[in-house]
Ligand binder design. Structure first.
Ligand SMILES: Nc1nc2c(c(=O)[nH]1)N[C@H]1C(S)=C(S)[C@@H](COP(=O)(O)O)O[C@H]1N2
Ligand SMILES: [Mo]
Length: 421
C-alpha cells in the first residue's frame, strides 16, 4: 500500500518533540519554560494548549506578525511620517504609530526643567512647571489631529497619483485620547485683560515654531495636553506639553509649548504668513483657515489590494470633521452616479475620526468607489471639481475633496478617478 503523503503524527513522534515532553507532564523550572517558549516561538504551528506560554512581560509587545507596522517617513527622513491607516482598527491611533510633523526635529526636553510662561495682556504673568499644571482639574478627550497639508498629493490635476496607499496619501491624520488641563482654566488663573483677542503660542524646538490663535478658541475647547492614550504625551507629539486645538489644523497645535502671549492681534509669524495661508483663484489668498473641514477616506479596499473574487465585500473607511460630529457618510460604488448611506460604527464623537462600513456586491466589472462625509453643520465633503472651482488649482492646504479608488476587472485597486476627472 502506498504511503500517505502526510501521515498523522504518531504518538511516538509526538513525545520526542519539545511539546511532547511537556505534554508528558515533566516538571519544568521557569528557566526551562523560557527556553521552551523561545523554541516554540521559533517553531510555529505547535498546539499552544500543550506548552506553557511566554512569561509575564515588563513591557508588552505586538504579535510577531504585527511587528512590521510602521510609520512611512518622508524621503528626507526629517520632516514628516504617516500613520498606517489601512492597518488599524477602531479610532485610536497607537501612540508609536501617531503621525509626526516636525519643522526642526524632536527636542530633548527634561520635564522637571520645562517651564511654560504666560504673559502679555494678563493681570498676573505666571510661569508654570509641569507639576503646577498637573494640579489643575484634568480632562480627557478623544480628538483627531490632521496636518492641513494632508492628502495634497491628490489635488494636482496633472500629477494625480495612482499607486498610493491610504497611509502614503492621507496618513498625516491620527486620533488619540488626549489628557490635560483646559487652556481656559489657566487663562482664568492669569486673568485676561480687557481688549485681548488673540494668543501667541510658541514651542521650544529648534524651529521655535509659533502660531497665533483667536482667544475665542483658547477659551473654548483648547487644551494643554500632557497625556496621550493613557501615558505621558510622547516626545514626538510634544512632550511634556502641547497645545491641542480640537478640529483645527495640526500646524497651530504647537508642540513642546513654552510660551503663551496674550495679545490684541495676530502676531503674523512665519508659519501663518509665508506658510499655512491658502492662495486662491485670481491672485487672492485666505489666511487663518484653521478648521479642518469634513473628510472621509475608504481604507479598504485600497491600493495595493487586489480583490480575489467578485461577490460580497465590506467597504471600510474613516470620516472626520473639525466642526463637530459626522452625521452621515455616503458611499458610491458606481463612480459617483448614485450614493447610499454607509453604516456608522460607534463611538461617534465630535472632532474625532469615526469608522464607516458598507456591504457591496461586486459584479466583477470595472468601477470606481467613493465616499462622501456630511457633518452636523450640514457641510458635505466636496468633489475635486468643486474645490478647484472655489480655490483654484495652486493652493496647497485643506484638500478635503472626495477620494476615489478604481477597481479594475481583475480586482486590482488603484487610486483616483482616472478618466472620470
Ligand atoms: N513646536 C512645534 N509645534 C508643531 C510643529 C513643529 O514643527 N514644532 N509642527 C506642527 C505641524 S505642521 C503639525 S501637522 C503638528 C503635528 O503633530 P504631531 O507631530 O504630533 O502629529 O504639530 C504642529 N506643531
Ligand atoms: Mo502640518
Amino acid at each position: 500500500m502506498a504511503k500517505k503523503a502526510n501521515p498523522p503524527l504518531s504518538r511516538r513522534a509526538w513525545i520526542t518533540t519539545t511539546s511532547g515532553v511537556i505534554a508528558a507532564g515533566l516538571i519544568k523550572t521557569q528557566v526551562d519554560a523560557v527556553k521552551i517558549a523561545a523554541q516554540e516561538a521559533a517553531t510555529p504551528a505547535q498546539d499552544p494548549t500543550k506548552v506553557p506560554g511566554r512569561l509575564t512581560s515588563e513591557l508588552g509587545q505586538r504579535a510577531p506578525a504585527e511587528q512590521p507596522l510602521r510609520l512611512v517617513r518622508s524621503p528626507n527622513l526629517s520632516s514628516s511620517s504617516r500613520t498606517p491607516l489601512q492597518d488599524l482598527y477602531g479610532i485610536i491611533t497607537p501612540a508609536d504609530l501617531h503621525f509626526e510633523r516636525h519643522h526642526a526635529g524632536i527636542p530633548n526636553i527634561v520635564q522637571e526643567e520645562h517651564e511654560l510662561l504666560i504673559h502679555g495682556m494678563v493681570e498676573r504673568p505666571m510661569v508654570f512647571k509641569m507639576a503646577d499644571l498637573k494640579r489643575y482639574p484634568q480632562t480627557s478627550r478623544i480628538r483627531f489631529v490632521e496636518c492641513s497639508g494632508n492628502g495634497g498629493g491628490a489635488y494636482n490635476r496633472d500629477r494625480m497619483p495612482t499607486e498610493v496607499t491610504p497611509q502614503s496619501l492621507d496618513g498625516l491624520l491620527s486620533t488619540s485620547e488626549w489628557t490635560g488641563v483646559l487652556l481656559s482654566t489657566i487663562l482664568r488663573e492669569v486673568g485676561i485683560r480687557n481688549g485681548a483677542s488673540w494668543i501667541l503660542a510658541e514651542g521650544s524646538d529648534a524651529a521655535v515654531m509659533s502660531r497665533s490663535v483667536p482667544l475665542e478658541k483658547a477659551m473654548d475647547d483648547a487644551m494643554l495636553a500632557y497625556g496621550q492614550n493613557g501615558e505621558a504625551i510622547r516626545p514626538e507629539q510634544g512632550y511634556p506639553v502641547r497645545l491641542l486645538l480640537p478640529g483645527w489644523e495640526g500646524n497651530a497645535q504647537v508642540k513642546w509649548l513654552r510660551r503663551i502671549e496674550v495679545t490684541d492681534r495676530p502676531t503674523m509669524t512665519r508659519e501663518e504668513t509665508s506658510k499655512y495661508t491658502d492662495p486662491l483663484k485670481g491672485g487672492r489668498a485666505r489666511q487663518f483657515s484653521f478648521v479642518m473641514d469634513a473628510k472621509s477616506l475608504i481604507t479598504f479596499p485600497a491600493f495595493p489590494y487586489q480583490l480575489p473574487d467578485r461577490g460580497w465585500w465590506e467597504i471600510k473607511g474613516l470620516a472626520w470633521s473639525g466642526r463637530g460630529k459626522i452625521t452621515r457618510v455616503d458611499v458610491s460604488t458606481d463612480g459617483g452616479s448614485s450614493w447610499t448611506p454607509a453604516e456608522l460604527q460607534g463611538p461617534i464623537l465630535s472632532k474625532s475620526t469615526v469608522r464607516f462600513r458598507h456591504l457591496w456586491d461586486w459584479d466583477g466589472r470595472e468601477t470606481h468607489i467613493l465616499s462622501r462625509a456630511v457633518d452636523e453643520t450640514g457641510y458635505v465633503q466636496p468633489t475635486v471639481h468643486q474645490l478647484w472651482d472655489a480655490r483654484g488649482e495652486r493652493t496647497s492646504y485643506h484638500q478635503n475633496h472626495q477620494r476615489a479608488w478604481k477597481i479594475a476587472s481583475d480586482g486590482a485597486v488603484t487610486f483616483g478617478l482616472g478618466d472620470l476627472v
